[in-house]
Every structure is written in C-alpha cells, then in structure tokens.
Design a protein around this ligand. Structure first.
Ligand code: NAD
Ligand code: UDP
Length: 333
C-alpha cells in the first residue's frame, strides 16, 4: 500500500492514477490547502477503483502514524508541500515549517511504523545558477530561494537517514517543469488565482479569462530571446514514480534522479505549439525579465534511463493538447 502525501494536488493526483493503472493500491493524504476533495470522485471515475483518502496535515505525526498502521502502508510518495517561489521569499518560515518540518514528521511516523521506502518530490530548482548544462545529478546545488532551500534540506535529511539505516530505500526525484494533464482531461493543473507558471497562464488566456500573456524577457541568449525550460508531461512524470518504487524494491540506499526530457523549449515554442493544437490565438505583450528567472535550464535525463529504464513518451503537442482539454473540462463543470 502506497501513501501519497499531497495526493489530491496536481502531481499527486496524476501519480495516483499511474499507481492504480499499474495495479498498486494507494491512500491519499492531504490537508486540501491547495486542492479540492472533489478530485477523489474524479479519480474514481478515471480509474474505476475506490480511492482512499485521509484529510490531514503532514505536520500531524500521530495522524500519519495511525494512517500508516490502519492502511498497512509500506511505501510512501511524498508530494505534500508548498511550491510558490515568491511566496517562499516573502514568508520563508512558513516554507521551512511546512516543507522541512512536515517531511521530518513524515519520516518519524515512517520510523515508528517501520516503513522503509520513500520517493520524494524534489525540484531542479536545487541546482541554482547553472555551472554547465544540461544539469546532471552531480551538478553543484545552490538554490536561489527559500523554496529551493527547503527541497535541498529535505534531500540532505533523507541522505543522512539512509546513511544511518541501511535498510532505507530512498529516491529524490528532481522534477523539471511538469505541465499538461491526464489524457481524459478530467484532472490537471488548476492553480487558485492568477497563475504564476507559463502553461496554466496560456490556457487561461486561450479560454478568455485573462486578456494576454506577459512574456518575461526577449533578450535572453536563447534562439528567440525567451526563457528555455525542460517541460515534462505530468503523466510521464507520474509514471516515473511507479518506476522509482519498482527500482527501490531491489536497490536499498539513497539516490537522486532527474525527471525531465532533456529537450529545452522557449516561451515562443510553447505559445506556437499551443496555438497550433488549440486553434486559438494567444495575444501577448513583451514584459521585462521576471526577477530571479534563469535564462535556460534543462535536464540530462540519462541516469533515469540507465538505472530504471525510464524515458519520457509524450511530446510538447501532447502536453499542450491535454492542458487545453483540461481547461475545457473546467469550463463545462
Ligand atoms: P500542488 O500544490 O498541486 O500539490 C501539493 C499538495 O500538497 C496540495 O494538494 C496541498 O493541499 C498539499 N499540502 C501542502 N501542504 C500540506 C501539508 N502540510 N499537509 C498535507 N498536505 C499538504 O503542487 P504540485 O505541483 O502537485 O507539487 C507537488 C510536489 O512537487 C510539491 O512538493 C512541489 O514542491 C513539487 N514540485 C512541483 C513542481 C511543479 O512545477 N509543479 C516542480 C518541482 C517540484
Ligand atoms: N513565463 C512567461 N510568462 C508567464 C509565466 C512564465 O514568460 O506568465 C516564462 C518564464 O519567464 C520562464 C518560462 O516562462 O522563462 C517558464 O516559467 P514557469 O514559471 O512556468 O517555470 P519556472 O520559471 O519556474 O521554471
């Protein structure tokens, strides 16, 4: 039985679908601070299976312990966390409490219940300013904001735990830029308020909820001057977690693995592909660079392939098409 913390969130919900599709059992644990309970019904509709859910906070170690005991949990995927970079700059202690202390409570509950396996949602943001690209897992880590620091602190805690207990099976997955939605269009990324990230912003412009896209900087040293990122389809990302759990079964210890495609795309690549698949025009205005943005970063995905045979399957068109399909479903609801 797999405990998925943050299981009703954007990535956690897709991981739940991937786990159930692989014949695994899951219990989702979430305080619903950035997601909705309705997602459980939707997951049941997609998977035709019953989905167990506990509403709770990862800071509540006792509830985590009883949940693990009641459901016979033997593996954990830890997605619960706060993820806004600007918010973490304004309120770093909230981020340390939720992300670092929350992870500590989870690990202590796992220790009580002798649960040895955990896959952690880390981020490429731990690398910071690129010394070279693509980033491989040996690239120095130097996060540029408190959000990234919390991810690195948790990675360090996990590494030291694995050093102290050789039966632990731990993998930190450093996500690049997850976008898109499940192919049903029933679950996806639905941020509250005005989106910070590019893909949800584009879908809301396409749908008419926002008037135009701001393109933050056209003077970067990239092919068209706009920022480059390694966008990965959220279902590819989700399937990576299933493969990570399978890998850990026969590989105790601690590991860090990038989850990206290795292919960078610019803002204009995304806008143009989205326009092509949706038939919508995305009006845009050129705006100054966004504070703290890097020009370009993308993954070296070879370690994931080498150790667990992982390769992404879905292209940029599929990312845009599924994100658009999800936006349209939202409008119907
Ligand atoms: P999300 O906000 O959609 O999902 C996170 C979920 O965690 C939410 O449902 C929220 O209610 C829950 N949560 C937050 N704090 C909690 C707490 N204290 N106790 C219980 N539940 C709590 O975000 P997401 O995009 O699905 O991200 C999932 C994880 O992946 C996060 O840890 C995030 O930092 C990491 N990550 C995300 C991205 C990205 O671009 N989306 C990139 C790299 C890493
Ligand atoms: N971006 C943009 N307009 C937006 C949001 C993002 O031009 O409204 C750009 C941003 O400058 C970056 C890329 O799109 O070059 C990806 O940004 P996102 O916030 O999605 O990911 P992150 O910067 O966190 O990797």
């Amino acid at each position: 039985m797999i405990l998925i913390t943050g299981g009703t969130g954007f990535i956690g919900s897709h991981i739940a679908v991937a786990c159930l599709a692989a014949g695994k059992q899951v219990v989702l644990f979430d305080n619903l601070s950035n997601s909705n309970i309705e997602i459980i019904d939707t997951l049941e509709k997609i998977t035709h299976q019953q989905v167990s859910f506990i509403r709770g906070d990862v800071l509540d170690q006792d509830l985590l312990t009883t949940t693990m005991q009641d459901f016979g949990v033997d593996e954990v995927i830890h997605c619960a966390g706060l993820k806004s970079v600007p918010e973490s700059v304004d309120n770093p202690l909230r981020y340390y409490l939720n992300n670092v202390q929350g992870s500590l409570c989870l690990l202590r509950a796992m220790q009580t219940c002798e649960v040895k396996t955990i896959v952690f949602s880390s981020s490429a943001t731990v690398y910071g300013m690129p010394s070279y690209l693509p980033y491989d897992e040996a690239h120095p880590t130097n996060p540029m904001n408190p959000y990234g620091s919390t991810k690195l602190h948790v990675e360090q805690m996990l590494r030291e735990l694995a050093q102290s207990d050789h039966s632990m099976k731990i993998m930190c997955l450093r996500y690049f830029n997850p976008v898109g939605a499940h192919e049903s269009g029933l679950i996806g990324e639905n941020p509250k308020g005005i989106p910070n990230n590019l893909m949800p912003y584009i879908t809301r412009v396409a749908q008419g909820e926002l008037p135009y896209l701001n393109i933050y900087g056209t003077d970067y040293p990239t092919k068209d001057g706009t920022g480059e990122r390694d966008y990965i389809h959220v279902m590819d990302l989700a399937e990576g977690h299933v493969m990570a759990l399978d890998y850990l079964k026969s590989h105790p210890g601690y590991g860090v693995v990038n989850l990206g495609t290795g292919r960078p795309y610019t803002v204009f690549d995304l806008v143009n592909t989205f326009q092509e698949i949706s038939g919508k025009t995305i009006p845009y205005e050129i705006a100054p660079r966004r504070n703290g943005d890097l020009s370009s970063y993308f993954a070296n995905p070879s370690l994931a392939k080498q150790i667990m045979g992982y390769e992404t399957k879905r292209d940029l068109k599929s990312m845009c098409a599924s994100a658009w399909s999800f936006q349209n479903q939202l409008d119907i609801q």
